[in-house]
Design a protein around this ligand. Structure first.
Ligand SMILES: [Zn+2]
Length: 144
């Protein structure tokens, strides 16, 4: 049992679980926003042009049996808008991540310090005389 608790704590502490929980909560809230957008804004506008309530579109086959294809179209619209928004978010996040990685890779390419070849201390890249051992440094591009 102790081992179980320890493993469970490690699982929680990995961080992924909290990220996932936040994702699920935000996703749930997001779903209701998209549903509301379709039901309360897009459907009425479409209904305005079609002269009917989009969500009420149905086809009577036999007596009480109806095909509520209007609701189905709403569900498809929901999905398409959700997919579009998620795709946009993914694109923005991917390009931001790419930029971050790009910056990380660029930093070591432009060092601001070098090692003095005589006393091996870190000194300014453009120093011509070492501040520690006062050795004259040659104007070489040597960085290590
Ligand atoms: Zn030195």
């Amino acid at each position: 049992m102790k081992k179980f608790i320890k493993e469970f704590r490690e699982f929680i502490n990995r961080g992924n679980v909290m990220d996932m929980a936040v994702g699920i909560i935000i996703g749930g809230a997001f779903t209701s926003i998209v549903s509301s957008l379709v039901d309360d804004i897009i459907n009425p506008i479409l209904g305005l042009f079609g002269g009917m309530n989009f969500d009420q579109l149905k086809w009577n086959i036999l007596g009480e049996v109806t095909l509520n294809y209007g609701k189905f179209i709403s569900a498809v619209l929901n999905f398409l808008i959700m997919a579009l928004v998620i795709f946009t978010i993914m694109r923005v996040m991917n390009s931001a991540a790419a930029k971050l990685n790009h910056n990380k890779e660029e930093k070591p390419a432009a060092p601001t310090t070098k090692k003095c070849p005589y006393c091996k201390t870190e000194i300014a890249i453009d120093a011509t005389r070492c501040p520690h051992c006062t050795s004259m440094l040659e104007e070489t591009k040597e960085t290590k």
